[in-house]
Design a protein around this ligand. Structure first.
Ligand code: LMR
Length: 397
């Protein structure tokens, strides 16, 4: 038979956890696996600004006809404005082109397809550790990948020297995948000085930056979180950026993402977008509309935009509060020094727990975290934090 040779694949290390969590009958189970924001009540609520935008759309929308292959131009423009900042030459100047892709993953995949199909490069350097999907996206697109060290497990900080030393083995023309902010899974980002060094290094070694920018605004602010990508843009004449509005707009299942490609001049940029259209057309034909219309409606209305920024700040502040409380409670419980949690950014804390300890958390306490030891801080609240502290203390013994 045609399919007899097919072997069962392992469950997805992140989304597979959500399935296991759902099947767990324990009432006090806690899901700190998938990177999804939950409020103090444990809900992934729809933002108020999104609800308002949807109401407007419901009244105003007159058609469900196809969008252009790359999405509506203003959607891409807003994405570029968020990435590079208001008034930056890449917003309107024509050197940066954008296309709507289904979520950050879609943008990474369309970008990887484009790199492979246009013979831009064959190898992409990916941080170790990274978001598990990065490796398989590269492979699925037909790219080879190499790993560069990123995290120092002893000092719980960026292994900057080892990272740069390894990257110096990259060949001219290779791609380097970087996390724009809130590195997934470690939560450790380069300092501004380190970003400068990285950007200059990429330029000097003629390496192409591809920035995964899935958490803008979740770490320290919309502009603050763009420091890395803007530093790279300052030095490198060409780059790719995969933006996602899943987290910062809470639009997880609307699959609203954008791939932005910066070229050296506008002539090349026009050719790039023409090829991107083929990449999109052959993969998904044209993008889903609802998510991008929500984002565009919010960002083009001063009041809705202000409300979005407030709600985004609310998410950010709650995560920071939980980070702080967790460190405090772990210390008070004598569970050890976890102060390094507070130097990590965004939704995730990299706990340093090993596979056995992660398994014990699940089996004995019904607490689900990713196998790498990544904890989704955005899922902690005042009602579940004490159980988490007790469980972390127990498994660390
Ligand atoms: C995560 O890392 O948990 C999120 O980005 C969700 C996903 O798709 O894996």
């Amino acid at each position: 038979m045609f399919f007899d040779h097919i072997e069962a694949a392992p469950a997805d290390p992140i989304l597979g956890l959500t399935d296991a969590f759902k099947n767990d009958p324990r009432a006090d189970k806690i899901n700190l696996g998938v990177g999804v924001y939950k409020n103090e009540q444990g809900q992934t609520a729809i933002l108020d600004c999104v609800k308002k935008a949807e109401k407007l759309l419901l009244e105003k929308e007159t058609t469900k006809s196809y969008l252009p292959i790359t999405g509506m131009p203003e959607y891409g423009r807003f994405a570029r404005e968020l990435i590079f900042g208001k008034g930056h030459e890449y917003v309107d100047g024509g050197r940066a082109v954008s296309c709507h892709c289904p979520g950050g993953t879609g943008a990474l995949r369309i970008g990887a397809d484009f790199i492979r199909q246009q013979n831009v490069a064959t190898t992409v350097w990916i941080s170790d550790p990274t978001w598990a999907n990065h490796y398989q996206i590269a492979t699925s697109a037909g790219l080879k990948f190499e790993r560069y060290p990123y995290y120092d497990r002893v000092s719980h900080s960026l292994a900057f020297d080892r990272m740069m030393e390894t990257l110096s083995q990259a060949h001219e023309g290779d791609v380097v995948l970087l996390h724009g902010c809130c590195h997934n899974p470690t939560g450790i980002d380069p300092t501004p000085e380190q970003w400068e060094q990285i950007a200059v290094f990429l330029k000097e070694h003629k390496l192409l930056p591809f920035i995964d920018f899935a958490y803008q605004g979740i770490g320290h602010g919309i502009d603050e979180d763009a420091l890395g990508v803007r530093t790279v843009a300052k030095h490198c004449p060409e780059m790719l950026v995969a933006s996602s509005f899943s987290k910062n707009f809470g639009l997880y299942n609307e699959r609203a993402g954008v791939l932005t490609v910066v070229s050296e001049n506008t002539e090349t940029a026009a050719k790039v977008i023409s090829q991107l259209k083929i990449s999109v057309r052959t993969a998904i034909s044209n993008p889903p509309a609802h998510g991008e219309k929500i984002v565009t409606t919010i960002l083009s209305d001063a009041q809705l935009r202000a409300q979005w920024e407030q709600e985004l700040k609310g998410m950010r502040d709650r995560i920071l509060e939980m980070r702080h409380l967790l460190v405090e409670k772990l210390s008070a419980a004598g569970a050890g020094d976890y102060s390094f949690f507070e130097s990590q950014n965004g939704m995730f804390s990299f706990s340093g727990l090993d596979k056995d300890q992660v398994a014990r958390l699940k089996e004995e306490f019904g607490i689900y975290i990713v196998g790498s030891g990544r904890i989704c801080v955005a899922g902690i609240n005042h009602s579940n934090i004490d159980r988490l502290v007790e469980a972390l203390k127990a498994v660390k013994k």
